[in-house]
Design a protein around this ligand. Structure first.
Ligand SMILES: [Zn+2]
Ligand SMILES: [Zn+2]
Length: 102
């Protein structure tokens, strides 16, 4: 048993649904998600996973905020479900596909 709040895996390539796991101790493939439209995009930092991006509905936002060291949040927007995005205070920005030098 863990006493830490747990919301599910990181929503790196999700399409906007709340990632809150309704049955957190199930095997990964059996986990049922809240699935409600995500309204908040929360970034938190976990000792185990590093920076974790969490899509959450209003109801589960407090749990997402408590899931790790709180970094920041913004309203969930169309870019938030993207992979090549950078988390910002006002929303996620798509990373330009420049392919240039790092
Ligand atoms: Zn939810
Ligand atoms: Zn975002």
């Amino acid at each position: 048993m863990t006493s830490e709040p747990w919301i599910g895996d990181a929503a790196t390539n999700d399409h906007g649904g709340c990632r809150y796991a309704l049955n957190e101790f199930a095997a990964a493939e059996d986990i049922r998600r809240c699935g409600a439209p995500a309204t908040v995009h929360i970034m938190s930092e976990s000792a185990m996973h590093g920076l974790v991006s969490l899509a959450s509905c209003e109801k589960h936002a407090d749990i997402a905020r408590a899931a790790g060291a709180y970094v920041g949040e913004h309203r969930f927007g169309p870019n938030c479900a993207g992979v090549e995005t950078v988390f910002g205070a006002d929303g996620c920005d798509v990373v330009a596909e420049s392919g240039g030098a790092a």
